[in-house]
Structures are given as C-alpha cells and as structure tokens.
Design a protein around this ligand. Structure first.
Ligand code: TYD
Length: 212
C-alpha cells in the first residue's frame, strides 16, 4: 500500500532525527520504506543542492531559488519517489513542496498561487498523504542550529543566514498552510523531547495505517 509522508519545519526543528526514527519503526513493521531529503536525493538533485547552498551565491534571486528547488524536486519525484510508491512502498521525505510555499512564498513574499502551479508542474501533481510539521519558535530553532554547528554537526549554509524576521514569516506560513488543510497536516510541538515526539508520530502514522 503506497504511502507518502513528509516532514516539514523551520530550521532546527529536529526533523531529520524524527525521519530516522520513523523509517526505523516502519521497517521493523515490515514496510518497504524509502527516505529522502530535499533538496537532494538524486545525483542531479545533489548537484543542484550544492548550487543552492553555496555561500558564494549570495546574489541568488528568490525566483532562481524556486526553479532550482523545483528542478531538484522534479528529478526526485520521477526518478525515486513515484517509482517507489508504484511498487507499494512507503516514502518518508525530509521536506517537500510545502517548503517552497513556506520559504519562497511566505518567507520571500512570492505569489502563492504561482508557486502552487510551479509545484504542481514539478511534481506532476504528487502531494503527500500526510505531512508532519514540527513547530518550534524561531529563536529556539536558530539557537539549536547554531549549537549543532559549534559541535561540528551540519554546515551553516547560505540559506541559514537569512534574518530572524524571514524565519518568523516562514513559521507563520507553515502554520497557515497546516490550518488550511487539516486532513493532510499534523502540527506537533517540536520543543518536546525527541522520545515523546517519536511516540506521538508513531501514533499518528499507526492511526493512518489503520484507517487504510
Ligand atoms: P538543509 O541544510 O537541508 O536544512 P534543514 O536541515 O533545515 O532541512 O537546507 C535546506 C534549506 O533549504 C532550508 O533552509 C530550507 C530551504 N528550502 C527552501 O527554501 N525551499 C525549498 O523548497 C526547500 C526544499 C528547502
């Protein structure tokens, strides 16, 4: 039974940890699972990722970003996600098209209707069955990310350098997106300890699997 789950969240929301937990949990239950992350997940997507994150590319325009993120996504959907779903697998992705709506749309103020059309085109109309949004206050998320960098985990990239106001718009954008489609979105408190979040996520996914 194909199932497409995405994780979204602002910087430092702990998505990647929870993606790992969920993938492990699903595998233990015998599901065929694939995890991906955006931007990236294919050779072409990873090359695009380098262009996007390069600190030398400070002059990159928001419109250019939209097309690069969308290009990486188009490749990921066609090469990896859709074929895996067609074989009945479960795909768990760290970010997807909602990141474009939140960051380029709400964050950079680009037209949401246009971004939705571009995303439709890039994904061939593939949207997740379930989107888990890990909510953390902006300052808390940025603090976590800086701490991780001091510990040498993860690199501080071009996209991390946007100002706090930008990240605030992104967070509010996510909350608006979640509110407008409660059937697909689950908003969870990302400031909770990783273990209790893991339990909540397993419960949400169990219920979803049970309903099917
Ligand atoms: P990454 O280092 O993967 O960050 P994170 O661990 O927060 O996912 O960098 C991805 C960055 O790209 C992140 O700042 C969000 C941004 N982004 C967009 O602006 N638009 C998009 O469509 C996507 C997929 C990501």
């Amino acid at each position: 039974m194909p199932l497409f789950i995405t994780f979204e969240g602002p910087e430092g929301s702990g998505k990647s940890t929870q993606v790992r937990f969920l993938v492990e949990w699903l595998k233990e239950r015998g599901f065929s699972v694939l995890s991906t992350r955006e931007p990236g997940g294919t050779a072409i997507g990873n090359a695009v990722r380098q262009v996007l994150l390069d600190v030398q590319h400070a002059g990159m325009r928001p419109r250019t970003e939209v097309f690069l993120f969308s290009a990486a996504r188009a490749q990921l959907v066609d090469e990896v996600i859709r074929p895996f779903l067609e074989r009945g697998g479960v795909v768990v992705s760290d970010r997807y098209a909602d990141s474009t709506l939140a960051y380029q749309g709400y964050g950079h103020g680009m037209d949401l209707g246009m971004l939705r059309r571009i995303s439709e085109f890039a994904t061939g109309g593939l949207w997740p069955d379930l989107t888990i949004y890990l909510d953390v206050p902006v300052e808390e998320g940025l603090r976590r990310k800086r701490k991780a960098n001091i510990r040498g985990e993860g690199e501080l990239n071009r996209l991390d350098m946007a100002d706090v106001e930008f990240h605030r718009r992104v967070r509010n954008g996510y909350l608006a997106l979640a509110e407008s489609d409660p059937a697909r979105w689950r908003v969870l408190d990302g400031t909770k300890p990783a273990d209790s979040l893991r339990d909540e996520i397993e419960k949400v996914v169990s219920e979803m699997l049970f309903r099917r």
